[in-house]
Design a protein around this ligand. Structure first.
Ligand code: ZN
Length: 224
């Protein structure tokens, strides 16, 4: 084999293995060092429900979550579904190339909650049904349930405050940012805030503006 091909192959291999991180049951395959770092920071969160989910991934055997980068449809930052190997998330860094670090963190936390809900109902169905009766009800209410939308409804009802708290915790570690409503706005990312009855028109507008800024205003800070 020509020397330059061997070199290319070994460089490719080096790139592929650079950011493979496996902490207990969470395995990530990232080319982006920033994404690797943000996931690492998210896995250090301790407060509230998100902290409990991090702990669950740290301590539970077979509680597998695989995350990798990939291309997704327009307006989709990330997707999580079940696979044979566990909960499986794809994150599209092309969509997040101008995003602030906190916006990437909120995306990872959101997908981690999806992974948690999927694995909870798979491995601990009885407890999950008791803890999330709204999911069970919504699942039974229609012949063609949209599991993603059902999980989003549950997140809107019982995770937004905790995700906001975790984003604040994330940011305190990094010592940036002060307006605390930003954390709540970001926690609504990926959820159907446009139609949520607990929010008024001003709330919705504020959330929409904050999310758009966070998705776009990291320009220049992100190098890959
Ligand atoms: Zn989602």
């Amino acid at each position: 084999m020509p020397r330059n091909i061997i070199l290319s192959l070994s460089l490719l291999f080096a790139v592929l293995v650079t950011n493979v991180v496996s902490a207990q049951t969470v395995t990530s395959y990232f080319e982006s060092e920033l994404l690797t770092q943000v996931l690492h920071n998210v896995q250090a969160l301790q407060l509230g429900k998100v902290g409990a989910i991090v702990d669950k991934f740290d301590t539970s055997k077979n509680w597998d979550w695989i995350i990798e980068e990939g291309s997704l449809p327009e307006y989709t930052n990330a997707v999580t579904q079940m696979s044979a190997k566990g909960a499986y998330t794809v994150i599209d860094m092309d969509k997040l190339k101008f995003a602030t670090e906190l916006s990437i963190a909120r995306t990872i936390i959101h997908e981690m909650v999806h992974a948690h809900l999927l694995l909870s109902f798979l491995y601990n169905n009885v407890n999950a049904s008791l803890e999330y009766p709204g999911i069970v009800r919504a699942w039974a209410a229609t012949l063609t349930p949209d599991y993603n939308a059902i999980q989003h409804q549950e997140m809107a009802e019982s995770f937004v405050d905790d995700i906001a708290m975790s984003l604040k915790e994330y940011n305190n570690n990094e010592n940036r940012f002060t307006d605390s409503s930003v954390y709540t706005d970001l926690a609504w990312g990926g959820l159907d805030f446009e139609n949520n009855e607990s929010l008024n028109d001003d709330d919705r507008k504020h959330i929409e503006t904050t999310l758009a800024k966070a998705q776009l205003n990291g320009l220049g800070r992100l190098t890959q």
